[in-house]
Design a protein around this ligand. Sequence first.
Ligand code: FAD
Ligand code: UQ1
Length: 410
Amino acid sequence: KQHYKMLVLGGGTGGITMSARMKRLMGAENVAVVEPSEVHYYQPIWTLVGAGAKNLAPSGRPTANIMPSGVKWVKSKVQEINPDSNTVRTEDGSEITYEYLIVALGLQLHFEKIKGLPEGFEHPNIGSNYSVETVEKTWKALQNFKGGNAVFTYPNTLIKCGGAPQKIMYLTDAFLRKTGKRANANIIYYTSLPVIFAVKKYADSLWEIVKQRDIQVNLRHHLIEVQADKQEAVFQNLDNPEETKTIEYGMLHVTPPMGPNMVIKGGPLADEVGWLDLDKDTLQHKSFPNVFGIGDCTNLPTAKTGAAVAAQSAVLHRTISKVLKKEKPDMKYDGYTSCPFVTSYNTVMLAEYDYDLQPVETFPINQAKERRLMYYMKADVMPHLYWHGLLRGLWGGPGPARKLLHLGMK
Ligand code: FAD
Ligand code: UQ1
């Protein structure tokens, strides 16, 4: 029977980051990671892959290469977690017991909740930056686009990287301008939300940007059906559910509905909705003190991003080191999250904020402005920071850099 002092579920951003940190804390031989996938993807670059600014291949690396050396990789899928007996059962039927557990299972995409998907992706002129199978279809659709409606959606659920549904829209606008096709295009955004973005400072800038670029924004509408053979998309008005609208598209970018991982949902570790039920300050589970969590699978009330995982990893590392010493956790996560809004092929507006939706900006310049420096950060610096800093447990978010850059003023 397999037993580990520290068992990590999921080998995505949060799982690999924490396994590197736990190796440092207790030695590689005490740590195991359960992850079925042979390839680990750097998802944030898919925004640029969908717009033809980066290739897909370098966004993936073999899981075997990014697993911290000496840490046990259990190449299987978690089927059931039983925290009363400290046992995890995997798909191949084996049982693994643990002393401490870190849950980092991410969230699930639900294309199937939209009528006509995922089969609709077999047809041209429809894509989605949210999955490895569909991201290159976005770039094909963009290159194929001759005119008419270019339509972008944001679903009626929580999602990861809340800015990504808009980033591809701004890149589309820039691409069509560059190729002389913008005059024949209507760019239309449908979002379930009542706002363009949750943080007022950045929302004000985004409203300016959509006005200036002649982009139509429809709030409180979501995609319910795609008839891909006819290139038609059906939207529902969330404030008046009887009202639906059918739109013909020349190009459609779908952000799928998302939800909690099914392995957590309905089990003893979930909250009433299905997310991992954590203390929002310490990242320790509310009912099982030897269970912890990080990232998109959790109910931490902040936006789900890799940047949030980075900040959470530093706090969780500290929390676990205290729990191991039978001391009280003493570091609090402030909800830090970040969203680099790509607004063209050479500009980004870098939104950074906390649990209270207050901006927490790393750089001592107004980050509500579109900047070239921030595009360079997103496209060329962040991937290195991810593979060599975050995944090795060496990057705990920009907090220390922020304090330095503000010379102790903030
Ligand atoms: P993931 O990295 O998704 O990892 C979850 C892991 O769990 C996966 O490896 C999966 O295989 C595994 N798993 C699932 N089920 C099981 C099971 N039953 N058993 C075992 N393993 C399982 N973030 C930013 O900070 N900035 C950005 O600019 C940005 N842009 C993005 C753009 C796009 C298009 C997308 C899709 C995401 C973007 N993100 C961005 C979000 C970021 O990628 C995620 O928030 C981050 O990867 C979350 O990490 P995680 O470990 O919680 O989940
Ligand atoms: C970040 O730390 C991070 O994780 C590595 C991201 O994911 C790709 C980000 O997009 C951002 C913006 C950050 C925050 C980092 C800085 C330097 C502001």
